[in-house]
Structure formats: structure tokens, C-alpha cells
Design a protein around this ligand. Structure first.
Ligand code: AMP
Ligand code: MG
Length: 487
């Protein structure tokens, strides 16, 4: 375990120089205080969880203090936003403080979001409000606990600093961790500004630090792109299988590592709804739940375009062709497991599709359905779940097929079935209304609810005593909350 002043820095991105990022100091928050910290994320930096409660912790992550070896930088990038190209974006309110090297030999970027204005702030104030910082914190740690690749969050620091959104709110900072903060948009920036030397430097940097195994391949850059395609296919399959809606899949929010990144108006589905749009500024539903799959491919194509100086176009196209079949294979594999199946049959895909259609028509809670399906034998579970459906004939037909399929799958006890299914079907997910309750309490100075919810979500598959309130369907007011895009 390390004390806060014992972190070891190795700032590899900063060393790329001023063409890639600009030195900017964080702008401190007034009266910084700890809202919540993640012990699991603290462990990634070898930090003793107890240090989160010390005043110096809030000072460091509230922008007042800096390690001597930190080199805070605002990164430049661009990207396609809602399908249109924006020539320059960049860290408008976040700073890469530096890269910490842990005892396991991993590098972690420390990125402080809400750290004030930078040369890339455009019309913004460089700040993040408490509400959105709490949402990013809870989501990143919850996704990780579900087994979905994501950037991580160390802590949220609250403050008295006034920040103006639709109304006056308070500024906060979230400390984000990732092995890299390089986005698709980084490559797009150097491609569209016609800076081939810097683009090559960036590509070498990513290849050497993040995809060293691709160096062994005959065409290292192509191997790296293929790996990025594969990771995205797997990540999005997990989003779809667990009902996660990102909300702003612009290419500047897509990580080069295939991790869930840059949280805005995201949501986990309550009732299953393939057409769900969680971002209220997304009038055409470009980033609706089911569109995430084709948009994943669209974003990879935008990255491929930016990589044309390094990789043959036919090879890029071939690699892009891997996306959909890989996505489908991962998705079906996960859904089979969610249904408690251990073998594969050709008709499993229609079995899943028919179920989702029935859930859609009846507004069935996506998370609780699968959890309850594993509570007891297939026959008893479907008999109990039947009441949630409106189209009873349709559900009975599905249930008969499912029971027959389970019988063919293998001979296992009810306890084995429960254990296997509960290990992949969470009891607790980050429902919007739960986040909203925790935020309302935090805005009035009570951080206990954020901390409890974080605790429940850190073990989503394990029933925890005293956490029953997090395993319920949302109340009516909580079902269709409008999550403001301003953050
Ligand atoms: P986002 O939609 O949060 O991914 O942000 C898109 C771009 O706007 C990024 O370049 C952000 O850094 C920038 N941005 C968002 N909010 C602010 C803000 N309050 N101040 C400055 N820049 C911002
Ligand atoms: Mg962003």
C-alpha cells in the first residue's frame, strides 16, 4: 500500500510534446470535499483506501495541489459528432494529470474531469457539475463490476464553486482512470489536419504501448486495427446484452482501447425497449439502444478512414467485415448464458429474439426478468414470470420452447442452475432513478446514499442484505426521467 505522495509517474503521452497536448494547470474548486471514492479503483494505484478520507486527497483531486512529477496536459482531438465532422474538439474541461505506474507494472492515466478552462474549451466553462460527476463515477464502476470494459473512476470531489447550467449548480471533479485516453478522434484530428508525421508518431505510440503483441504480426498496424474492431464488437455485445445505452457515441467518445468511455446521458434499460433513446438531444435516435450496433461499425469506419495512410483500404474493409459476425457471436453467447444455457443450438437466436419482442410489447423489466428466471427451475420460473406479460398466448408458446430447450441442454440441479444464472444476471443495476435519488441527497450535502448505491453496484450479482431497495422496478416517476445533456 502506498501513501498519496508515493505514486510513481511516467508521463508517456506528455512526452509526445506540444503538437499533441497543451500544458494547463487545474483550476481549484472552492472548499473541496470527498463525495465518494472507489476502493477497487484505489487498489489500481496501490493506494490505501483510508487516504481518501484525508484532507490532502480532496486537495489533490479538487485541483489545489499537484504532485511534483505530474504534468497536467489538455489533449487535442477532433471527431464526428452525430455524424458530422467537428474539426477541433479536445479536452475542454479535463486534464491528463499524468500516468501512474503501479506495482503490477500497469500504467494508469489520471484524468481530472471538471478541472477548468483549456485552449479547447470553446464556449464551455471548463467545469463539470456534481450530478454528472456522480453519474460518471457510478456508471464506470458499475460497468466494470458487470464485466463490461470501461474507464474507471477513483473519486468524486464536491465543492462550493457555483456553476451555471439550466440553473445554478455546484462544480465537482471526477478522477478518471484508464490505460489510455486516446480516442478515435485523436487519429481523425491528425488525418484531417494533414499532419502525417504526427499521425505516424501517434500510431507508433499506441502500437508500442497498448498493442505491443501486434508488433509480431506481418502488418502491425493492420493487426492493431483488427484488434480494435474485435474489442469494440465485444464491448458493444456486452452493452446490448446488459441493456446499457451510451447515449453519445460520437467518435471523440470512442476509446482506442475498446472500453466504455466519456459518460453523458447514458442509461441502463428498465423495461426492455429496443428503440430507447436516452439522450434527449438525440432527436432522430441515431444513438438509440438498437442503433448502437450499426453505429459501432460506423465509428470504426471513421477510424479506418483516418488510418488509410498506414493500412491498405482492402485490408481495412476486410477487418471492418469482422465486426458484425463477431458482435453477433459474443451477443448470442452472452444471451445464452443469461438464459442459463450451456450448449449452442441453431435456433437459439430466434429464441432470444422472440423473448425480447414479448418483453418489448409488455414493458417487462429487463434486469429482473433474467434474475428471476434463474431463481428456480425453468418450469416454476416461467410460471411465475407469466403474469408480467400481456400476450399470454405468445409467452406460453415461448415458455414451452424454452423449457424444452433447457431440458435438452443438460441435466443439472436447481441449485446449479441458480448459481450459474445468478453469476451472469445482476440483481442490482444503475437505474436512472436510483442515480437520481443519490444525486438529490448529495446536492443537499448527504453523500451516504451515493456511497451505499456504489457499494451495492460493486457486487451486482451478489444478493446483499439491506440493499433490497436497489433491486426493485422503478416507481412511475422514475421510469422516464429526462437526463439533461448539459453536464
Ligand atoms: P462531450 O459531449 O462531453 O463528450 O464533450 C464534447 C466536447 O465538448 C469535448 O471537447 C469536451 O471537452 C467539451 N466540453 C463539454 N462540456 C464542456 C464544458 N463545460 N467546458 C468546456 N468544454 C466542454
Ligand atoms: Mg467527450
Amino acid at each position: 500500500m502506498k501513501a498519496l505522495d508515493e505514486l510513481t509517474f511516467d508521463n508517456r503521452f506528455a512526452r509526445l510534446g506540444d503538437a499533441f497536448s497543451t500544458h494547463v494547470l487545474p483550476e481549484p474548486l472552492d472548499a473541496p470535499r470527498l463525495v465518494v471514492a472507489s476502493n477497487a479503483a484505489m487498489a489500481l494505484l496501490d493506494l490505501d483506501p483510508a487516504v481518501a478520507e484525508t484532507p490532502v486527497f480532496a486537495e489533490l483531486f479538487g485541483g489545489h495541489k499537484l504532485w511534483a512529477e505530474a504534468e497536467p496536459r489538455a489533449m487535442v482531438y477532433s471527431g464526428h459528432q452525430f455524424g458530422g465532422y467537428t474539426p477541433q474538439l479536445g479536452d475542454g474541461r479535463g486534464l491528463l494529470l499524468g500516468e501512474v505506474y503501479n506495482q503490477a507494472g500497469e500504467h494508469w492515466d489520471l484524468h481530472l474531469k471538471g478541472a477548468g478552462m483549456t485552449p479547447y474549451s470553446r464556449m464551455g466553462d471548463g467545469r463539470a457539475v456534481l450530478r454528472s460527476s456522480i453519474r460518471e463515477f457510478l456508471a464506470s464502476e458499475a460497468l466494470h463490476a458487470l464485466g463490461i470494459p470501461s474507464s474507471r473512476a477513483l473519486c468524486v470531489i464536491g465543492s462550493d464553486t457555483p456553476v451555471w447550467r439550466e440553473k445554478q449548480e455546484r462544480g465537482a471533479m471526477v478522477l478518471r482512470l484508464a490505460h489510455s485516453h486516446i480516442r478515435f478522434g485523436h487519429f481523425e484530428y491528425f488525418y484531417y489536419t494533414k499532419k502525417p508525421e504526427q499521425q505516424a508518431e501517434l500510431a507508433e505510440h499506441v502500437l508500442n504501448l497498448h498493442y505491443p503483441e501486434c508488433r509480431e504480426q506481418p502488418e502491425p498496424y493492420l493487426a492493431m486495427f483488427r484488434e480494435i474492431v474485435e474489442r469494440n464488437a465485444e464491448m458493444i455485445a456486452k452493452w446490448q446484452a446488459y441493456g446499457f445505452c451510451h447515449g453519445v457515441m460520437n467518435t471523440d467518445n470512442m476509446s482506442i482501447l475498446g472500453i466504455t468511455f466519456d459518460f453523458g446521458p447514458f442509461a441502463f434499460l428498465d423495461d426492455f425497449d429496443a428503440h430507447f433513446i436516452c439522450n434527449h438531444s438525440d432527436h432522430e435516435g441515431r444513438y438509440s439502444f438498437s442503433n448502437q450496433v450499426p453505429i459501432g461499425q460506423w465509428n470504426l469506419s471513421a477510424l479506418a478512414q483516418a488510418l488509410t495512410p498506414f493500412i491498405r483500404v482492402d485490408a481495412l474493409k476486410e477487418a471492418l467485415g469482422l465486426y458484425l459476425p463477431l458482435y453477433q457471436a459474443h451477443y448470442l453467447d452472452l444471451m445464452r448464458r443469461r438464459l442459463g444455457l450451456t450448449t449452442a443450438e441453431d435456433d437459439d437466436q430466434p429464441l432470444v429474439e422472440r423473448l425480447l419482442k414479448l418483453m418489448q410489447n409488455s414493458g417487462v423489466d429487463y434486469t429482473l426478468f433474467f434474475r428471476r428466471l434463474g431463481d428456480e427451475s425453468a418450469a416454476l420460473a416461467v410460471a411465475r414470470l407469466r403474469d408480467d406479460f400481456v400476450d399470454l398466448g405468445g409467452f406460453d408458446a415461448w415458455a414451452d420452447q424454452y423449457k424444452a430447450r433447457v431440458a435438452r441442454d443438460g441435466d443439472y440441479s436447481e441449485a446449479q442452475r441458480r448459481e450459474r444464472m445468478h453469476a451472469v444476471n445482476p440483481l442490482y443495476i444503475l437505474r436512472n432513478y436510483l442515480a437520481q435519488n443519490a444525486i438529490a441527497a448529495a446536492e443537499s450535502g448527504d453523500y451516504s446514499e451515493v456511497r451505499r448505491l456504489h457499494e451495492a453496484l460493486s457486487k451486482p450479482f451478489e444478493e446483499q442484505p439491506g440493499m433490497e431497495q436497489y433491486a426493485q422496478r422503478p416507481p412511475d416517476w422514475g421510469k422516464h426521467l429526462e437526463i439533461s445533456c448539459s453536464s
